[in-house]
Design a protein around this ligand. Structure first.
Ligand SMILES: C[S@@+](CC[C@H](N)C(=O)[O-])C[C@H]1O[C@@H](n2cnc3c(N)ncnc32)[C@H](O)[C@@H]1O
Length: 448
């Protein structure tokens, strides 16, 4: 397993000091090291777990070393996160967690740092995780909650507020726990392109709980599936499938309808909506600001019948003719605080000030969407964040009429509207629905 530990170390170093995305670099690190099977699983669990839980481990390291972990060399700090995760969360025997960590630090930083690592790891392994919780995260206040569940305190505050607004005060602990549990891999069987049962058979998975297009994988790599390679299927969170399909289900689509995806990269929702548009003879334009992400959209839609989807590089705050579109999806750039389980490092990279840039952008995109919508047209405002300032506050500033999104979601999922909260928008929750915490509001422009 020592090569697996080296891979985990390289991944956590890059993600925490160079701004890399762990889930993007891990596959190539594993490939270069020639790791698969159990070793690859160990490396991935170790790296992602250490990145998620580093807030808790910093509190433990601070107690064990009597130093502020931010003052330690990055190499030493990362090795200690990995050591703590092995000892406290992965059932690696304490002596192995200590010696592997000390060896790693000696290789990276020399004998002096290794001595310090040895002293700290010995103290870390004197207690188990539960015992450490009572030392560094006792009590029920927000700060203790943040340390125990390893989230920044400001993120806990935003999530608590969003839960309370949705009638779910008191569920914060369950939500933070869900953020720390790796997501199951869910595929979308793009309608008209591949049958869901056939995809389930191919993937050895089973039908998802909510989306009529979802297949939940039980193992294996999605990239090895033929349907994923040919673009008839893809990896897509079930919540993303439901909120995108809700726009198509608002009413029967007429042939020739013009649909717009304002923020399309990397193209998951554009491909699902493109497949649905093709079934009805409608057309989809997919906008993306960044050319390299527009390329990803082109890749995503490659199996959608030719002529249905047009991809453009454009700034969606300032694009298009008044009243040109019958349906618009605005899947706005957001904090992503509803998808923390997918990106292990993202909770530490986001800052409260990010909202000061994102909210005005979300408002500007929504204002342009209002202009672009045809009379009687419908807009889906979507975020993968439940943060109030990015969701209901943005929608409250719109001049459009809110439809009951619960009815559209009920139609897509074959459930009842009552099951989706008090409306008119729908907020999905990771700890309740097992999906990303997606927000959906459906807004209609009055027919003039
Ligand atoms: C939340 S992501 C969209 C995810 C996508 N809908 C999907 O399902 O795959 C937001 C996207 O909006 C793009 N974006 C940001 N500002 C934009 C703008 N002014 N105009 C168009 N696209 C923008 C970002 O580059 C990013 O790709």
């Amino acid at each position: 397993m020592s090569r697996a530990r080296d891979v985990a170390y390289a991944c956590v170093m890059s993600a925490s000091t160079e701004g890399a995305y762990a889930n993007l670099i891990m596959p190539s690190l594993l490939r270069k090291a020639g790791l698969d099977g159990r070793d690859a699983g160990f490396a991935t669990e170790l790296a992602y777990g250490a990145l998620r839980m580093r807030g808790l481990y910093d509190a433990i390291i601070a107690h064990a070393s009597r130093r502020d972990p931010r003052d330690l060399d990055p190499e030493l700090r990362v090795a200690l996160w990995l050591g703590a995760h092995q000892a406290l969360a992965m059932r690696v025997p304490p002596h192995a967690a200590v010696s592997e960590t000390v060896d790693q630090v000696r290789r990276e930083r020399g004998a002096g740092a290794a001595k310090l690592a040895n002293a700290v790891m010995r103290r870390v392994t004197e207690r188990d995780a539960e015992q450490w919780m009572s030392v560094v995260a006792s009590g029920t206040g927000r700060d203790a909650m943040a340390v125990r569940h390893s989230h920044p305190a400001w993120v806990v505050e935003e999530l608590e507020r969003a839960l309370a607004e949705d009638g779910r005060a008191g569920e914060i602990s369950a939500l933070l726990d869900a953020d720390n549990s790796p997501a199951r891999v869910t595929l979308v069987a793009r309608p008209g392109l591949v049958d869901r049962d056939d995809l389930a058979h191919e993937a050895g998975g089973e039908a998802g709980e909510y989306s009529p297009y979802a297949v939940v994988m039980s193992g294996g790599r999605p990239g090895d599936l033929k349907s994923v390679a040919d673009g008839t299927a893809a990896v897509q969170d079930e919540g993303s499938q439901v909120v995108a399909a809700a726009l198509a289900s608002v009413r029967e689509a007429e042939p020739g309808e013009r649909w717009l995806d304002m923020c399309a990269g990397p193209g998951g929702k554009a491909a699902l909506l493109g497949a649905l548009a093709a079934e009805h003879g409608a057309f989809l334009e997919a906008l993306e600001l960044h050319p390299h992400r527009a390329e990803l959209v082109r890749g995503s839609i490659k199996a959608v019948p030719d002529g249905t989807v047009t991809v453009r590089v454009a700034d969606a705050t300032d694009f298009g003719e008044d009243g040109a579109y019958d349906r618009i999806v605005l899947d706005a750039p957001c904090s992503g605080l509803g998808a923390l389980r997918r990106r292990p490092e993202s909770r530490w990279r986001r800052q409260p000030e990010d909202l000061e840039e994102l909210v005005p952008l979300q408002r500007a995109l929504l204002a342009n969407a209002e202009r672009l919508l045809a009379p009687g047209g419908v807009l889906a405002y979507i975020t993968c964040s439940p943060v109030v300032a990015e969701t209901r506050d943005v929608v409250a500033g719109s001049g459009l009429r809110q439809l009951d999104a619960r009815e559209a979601v009920a139609r897509v999922t074959g459930t009842t509207a009552r099951m989706w909260g008090s409306g008119p928008h729908v907020q999905l929750w990771t700890h309740v629905h097992g999906t990303d915490a997606m927000f959906l509001a459906l807004l209609e422009k009055p027919a003039s």
